[in-house]
Design a binder for this molecule. Structure first.
Ligand code: NAG
Length: 346
């Protein structure tokens, strides 16, 4: 009995490995240029955020969009990670970092002006940019109807560069680059720069996909429009009231802005329920390959004993409570789901 289920598992693993291998080959097709193309775009500076991009990609594909997905990768990204992303359906485009002129800032801010390069993606008519710590929970293809530039206003006065719709233009990009050294940036990076560049953004009109399409012919396209919170709902917003301050069914994009905490730090779901949504998608992309990247990076090893300890305690405590009490139905449901999925139940 035991032996046969182990050998079945082995067989499934071998099949998965073979499928995975061929998948990489098939998906690595060459890119052809056309100025009518539209794409979802994200940026990756190093292997650390690969899982974020993979989850984002899966979430985009789940919305059944026909748009391309492009990931701009800088030198810090390994060939192995690029291959994985390609297999996920991303078009991997290498870019060099755009120099940060405000060198007084700490090194981790270097290269943050690189995000401006999405304005230079002139192979595309329109791109929807999403940070690697966002996920799409409902189709957002209507964003491609945005005129020239759309983004969210956060904290009532500042433009957030985590989700943006951009009409790439060499002229616009060159103008930006020429001003990078002179315009003030409160963050010392792209977001602060864009706030100065798109001055008066807080009074821009709110983007409405139904209106925008008709207005194009009769009125000039506005230089900038604001997006509804639904397109960039940050979990900070959720934390304020421990629920979404907007209609949850209408949510489009969740942005995991937790300061240094990221949803791929697996323990963050203990702090914050919306991370569950991210982690449900994660389980569908998390495979030996991604874990391989962690192992190569060495980020995993120093914390391993601690992780085992915490995980063991977590399982033990939850098993006890869920078996012997009716406490916390939400937590126990989650725990039972986990146990079932990994065959540890009963
Ligand atoms: C902007 O795009 C053009 C055309 O693809 C390219 O030649 C140029 O190097 C790009 N500029 C930067 C700074 O990446």
């Amino acid at each position: 009995m035991k032996l046969s289920s182990i050998s079945k598992l082995g067989l499934v693993l071998i099949v998965l490995l073979i499928v995975n291998k061929y998948y990489v080959v098939i998906e690595a097709a060459p890119v052809t240029a056309s100025s009518n193309k539209e794409a979802y775009v994200t940026l990756l500076y190093g292997d650390e955020f690969v899982l974020g991009v993979r989850v984002l990609g899966k979430s985009i594909r789940d919305t059944k969009t026909s748009r391309e997905m492009v990931v701009l990768v800088s030198d810090g990204v390994s060939a192995y990670a690029k291959k994985l992303l390609q297999a996920d359906g991303w078009i991997v485009t290498p870019i060099s970092l755009l120099q940060n002129p405000n060198q007084v800032r700490p090194t981790r801010f270097w290269g943050v002006y690189t995000k401006l390069k999405i304005f230079n993606m002139t192979d595309y008519k329109k791109v929807v940019y999403l940070d690697a710590d966002t996920i799409v929970v409902k189709n957002i293809d209507d964003l491609f109807k945005c005129g020239k530039f759309c983004a969210n206003l956060k904290h009532s006065e500042r433009l957030n560069s985590g989700v943006m719709v951009v009409e790439p233009s060499a002229e616009l990009f060159n103008d930006m680059v020429s001003k990078v050294t002179t315009l003030y940036s409160y963050t010392g990076g792209d977001q602060g720069f864009l706030n100065t560049y798109y001055a008066g953004f807080e009074s821009a009109r709110v983007f409405n996909p139904e209106i925008s399409a008709e207005v194009v012919n009769s009125k000039p396209v506005p230089e900038m429009e604001r997006l509804s919170t639904l397109y960039n709902a940050d979990v900070g917003l959720y934390m304020l009231a421990n629920k979404w301050m907007v209609d949850e069914k209408e949510l489009r994009v969740i942005h995991y802005t937790l300061g240094p905490l990221k949803p791929w730090d697996w323990w963050t779901s203990w702090l914050l329920k919306p991370v569950d949504v991210w982690q449900v998608i994660e389980t569908s992309v998390l495979d030996a390959a991604t874990i391989g990247i962690w192992l190569r990076n060495g980020r995993f090893w120093p914390l391993l004993p601690l992780q085992c300890l915490v995980f063991g305690m977590y399982s033990f405590v939850f098993k006890y409570f869920c078996d012997y009490s009716s406490l916390s139905p939400y937590l126990c449901d989650g725990f039972r789901g986990y146990s079932l999925k990994y065959g540890q139940h009963g």
